[in-house]
Ligand binder design. Structure first.
Ligand code: RP5
Length: 165
């Protein structure tokens, strides 16, 4: 069975990471979610990734703050795509986790999203866009979602817009 695996570095990350899980849920996308840290529980992280990979995880989403090595470490244990969510859990406002998630060496990619909640939601969308390559039902749901968003912009604008001519 195919599923998306979400891993976060700490319980304190859940408030933001649940936005990712909720987005996948909204589209009926199967996911697992666990806490495991690249630094505090490296053995658990390695074992979980290898096991989830075998059980059908087709995309890994890694969310971490501070010196955020979680996504990169996960990428070292799997060939499945890894999506990183840098979190704003430090006095550096997430710039530290953004750079440590994003700046991977050559030949070890991590698709890094924006910091915090927008990144958590985008991670789910990015994962679903990959899955929709061979899932017509999911693709149709994503197309419908785009249509709704476009209509909303037009409606919002029509309430306030002023045009010359
Ligand atoms: C990272 O350190 C976690 O991903 C979290 O964002 C940050 C702080 O963790 P806690 O000290 O709140 O557990 O590993």
């Amino acid at each position: 069975m195919k599923f998306v695996s979400i891993i976060m570095g700490s319980k304190s990350d859940f408030e933001v990471v649940k936005e990712c899980a909720n987005t996948l849920k909204k589209f009926g996308c199967l996911y697992e979610i666990i806490i495991s840290s690249a630094h505090r529980s490296p053995k658990r992280t390695k074992e979980y990734v290898k096991d989830a990979d075998k059980r059908g995880a087709c995309i890994f989403i890694a969310a971490a703050g501070m010196a955020a090595h979680l996504a990169g470490v996960i990428a070292s244990y799997t060939l499945k795509p890894v999506i990183g969510i840098p979190l704003n859990s430090s006095p550096l406002n997430g710039l530290d986790s953004l750079l440590s998630t994003l700046q991977m060496p050559s030949q070890m990619p991590v698709a890094t999203m924006s910091i915090g909640k927008p990144g958590a939601i985008n991670a789910a969308y990015f994962a679903m866009q990959i899955l929709s390559l061979d899932n017509e039902e999911l693709k149709d749901k994503l197309i419908e979602d785009r249509i709704i968003k476009t209509k909303k912009i037009e409606e919002d604008s029509s309430d306030i817009e002023v045009r010359i001519v």
